[in-house]
Design a protein around this ligand. Structure first.
Ligand SMILES: CC(C)(COP(=O)(O)OP(=O)(O)OC[C@H]1O[C@@H](n2cnc3c(N)ncnc32)[C@H](O)[C@@H]1OP(=O)(O)O)[C@@H](O)C(=O)NCCC(=O)NCCS
Ligand SMILES: [Zn+2]
Length: 212
């Protein structure tokens, strides 16, 4: 882990600024207080806020936003324009699709009942955890307070309001569990004993057996 960005400049001319440890595009903004792991690549106009932690090998796409104190494991891919707000934790190997949004305020209000503007301490931060290897599809919205299980998959455009089990595939608005997927991404055929079989890679998965 490093404790400072590779490139102190922000909004500099668009030229690549590679370093041995990690890469920050000159138009990206990485807070000096963020901790960036070896091999991380942060692309055009992405913003990584103070206190955020990115593990080794992560990729942060163009225009993505990583809020304060968000903890992200190793080898996580965050696609263009994804929004990861304070209160989110992403374990190793997570995929966040383009324009997906991990929210953090269950009952958002700009103002208090008396009309005054809410401050940072006037609301409760919700927490969201995305477990190892899980994927969030393009444009999906994760309403705060849920856990997305290991190797689960959230379909494009879904609105997730409930926990998703390990290997679960959820679709729609609100997102519903429609099946299970293998670590390789293919659908699992689940037999009467609750064992999922993958015809693509030959793996078997005991549904419900994988825990945190
Ligand atoms: C969820 C997903 C994995 C399903 O793939 P699949 O298992 O091959 O499913 P199918 O394409 O056979 O579709 C099965 C059914 O689900 C529907 N469906 C597929 N994806 C859906 C989605 N995201 N939301 C709602 N319904 C969906 C299909 O229309 C189909 O419905 P039907 O049986 O009534 O015709 C895929 O559609 C998806 O959303 N992937 C995420 C893509 C993405 O965001 N990538 C980000 C990087 S660019
Ligand atoms: Zn498989």
């Amino acid at each position: 882990m490093q404790s400072r960005p590779s490139n102190g400049q922000t909004n500099a001319p668009a030229a690549a600024a590679p370093t041995n440890d990690f890469f920050v595009h000159p138009t990206a903004e990485v807070a000096p207080e963020a901790r960036i792991g070896r091999g991380v690549r942060i692309w055009n106009r992405a913003q990584v806020r103070e206190g955020a932690v990115l593990g080794e090998g992560c990729i942060v796409g163009k225009d993505a936003y990583i809020d304060t104190d968000v903890h992200i494991g190793a080898n996580v891919k965050i696609q263009n324009s994804a929004l990861i707000y304070h209160g989110a934790t992403l374990e190793d190997g997570v995929f966040i699709g383009p324009q997906a949004c991990l929210t953090n305020d269950l009952r958002p209000r700009a103002i208090n009942p008396d009309g005054t503007l809410k401050g940072a301490s006037d609301w409760e931060v919700g927490e969201t955890v995305v477990r190892y290897g899980a994927s969030i599809g393009a444009g999906a919205i994760i309403v705060t307070g849920v856990e997305i299980g290991r190797f689960a998959m959230v379909g494009a455009g879904a609105v997730v309001t409930r926990d998703v089990p390990a290997h679960g595939l959820v679709l729609g608005v609100p997102a519903r569990l429609v099946g299970y997927v293998c670590a390789c991404g293919a659908r699992l055929e689940v037999d009467a004993q609750g064992v999922g079989h993958c015809s693509r890679c030959g793996s078997t998965v005991e549904i419900g057996a994988e825990t945190k």
